[in-house]
Design a protein around this ligand. Structure first.
Ligand code: ADP
Ligand code: DP6
Ligand code: CO
Length: 352
């Protein structure tokens, strides 16, 4: 029997206006729009291969070499099921197509960076899953349409379907038809902007993003205020800053939004602390760095975990890498290669 297969690599994205909160948890419809930068897949990425065959007896998935139970995960069931339904409607239109929608699939996925540690593994993971299904099933849907399928796996994944600067419009419809990603500017629009990743800890976070944001929605008054009066204006200001390549404005909004997101996590009951002492040290170092330079030279942002992403113009990266390598020295054996020139960077910083 024939085996059909497809392999894709998908990048992570790091939000500068954070998604945190669902108005509909099963369809993954957010309480606010968000905006992110998709990083180069040269450094952090997910590689997923999917095969299907009439001979396979069940759907199976291996994540980083360990088999996971697909049926226990609603998000896997939903995203795979949605892609299958799209394939089935193509098969209904064209009887010559092989009945792949009826075959079981085997999925093999590897993240080349820490999973569930606040470096957006669910974003690259579900983007890769849906892109691979799209290729395997030869789906005719546009990237924006497929971003809706990625969204039902993990919200942030819809933004990893595009490169560059990407907005996830929250939409208004109850069925989520208008809740999808859109590229606001290509990567090439602002080549001078680079990112540096500081891996503070590669451990799995204690509270998953899914669980954490649900508790926030239920308990935080600050969160309600953020959604109502802060995020809409920030989305507009951020899009303008990106269009104008205004780094000072981009940096200020990025840092403020990261800080507010973590404040909202602390305002959750019981409180959620994703940042640790090293993370807070990084924020102080960046503000001190900007003060010494006399202009806004760099910005930090933290997702749901302690690891920092520093956005800065290319001209700052050498100083930043040297500074962080000096302040957070690592054993030569475990120091990863330091990338900072092309186009986004990666450096490790051990917990101090
Ligand atoms: P992160 O900050 O890494 O995105 P989350 O709590 O949002 O952390 O999501 C982590 C979860 O996402 C993992 O426990 C796993 O269920 C899922 N995930 C991560 N990578 C993949 C992948 N490559 N394929 C499928 N699911 C993945
Ligand atoms: C802090 O997309 O991981 O990274 O939709 O439940 O899978 P689920 O959550 P997820 O949440 C991401 C939260 C964030 C901010 C962001 O990426 O916008
Ligand atoms: Co995630």
């Amino acid at each position: 029997m024939a085996i059909y297969s497809a392999t894709v690599t998908s990048p992570v994205n790091i939000a500068v206006i954070k998604y945190w909160g669902k108005r509909n948890p099963s369809l993954i419809l957010p309480t606010n729009s968000s905006l992110s930068v998709t990083l180069s897949q040269d450094h952090l990425s997910t590689r997923t291969t999917i095969a299907c065959s009439a001979d396979f007896e069940s759907d199976r998935l291996w994540l980083n070499g360990v088999e996971e139970d697909i049926s226990a995960s609603k998000r896997l069931v939903n995203s795979i099921g949605t892609a299958r339904a799209l394939r089935a409607s193509e098969e209904a239109k064209n009887p010559e197509l092989a009945p792949l929608s009826q075959y079981k699939i085997h999925v093999c996925s590897e993240n080349n960076f820490p999973t569930a540690a606040g470096l957006a593994s669910s974003a690259s993971g579900y983007a890769a899953l849906v892109s691979a299904l799209g290729q395997l099933f030869e789906l005719p849907q546009s990237t924006a349409e497929l971003s809706r399928v990625a969204r039902v796996g993990s919200g942030s994944a819809c933004r990893s379907m595009f490169g560059g600067f990407v907005a996830w419009r929250m939409g208004e419809k109850e069925d989520g038809e208008d809740s999808m990603a859109e590229q606001v500017a290509e990567r090439a629009h602002w080549p001078d902007l680079q990112a540096l990743i500081l891996v503070v800890s590669d451990k799995k976070k204690a509270v998953s993003s899914t669980a954490g944001m649900q508790t926030t929605v239920e308990t935080s008054a600050l969160f309600a205020e953020r959604v109502r009066s802060v995020v809409p204006a920030r989305m507009q200001a951020m899009e303008k800053a990106i269009k104008e390549r205004d780094f000072a404005e981009f940096a200020k909004i990025t840092m403020q939004d990261s800080n507010q997101f973590h404040a909202v996590c602390l305002d959750t009951y019981p409180p959620i602390a994703y940042m640790n002492d090293t993370s807070h040290a990084v924020t102080r170092i960046i503000h001190a760095y900007n003060a010494v330079k006399g202009y806004t030279a760099a910005a930090y942002t933290f997702d749901a975990g302690p690891n920092a992403v520093i956005y800065a113009p290319k001209s700052e990266m050498r100083d930043l890498v040297q500074l962080f390598s000096y302040l957070f020295p690592r054993d030569e054996d475990v120091l990863p290669e330091v990338f900072y020139t092309n186009p986004f960077g990666l450096v490790g910083a051990e917990e101090v």
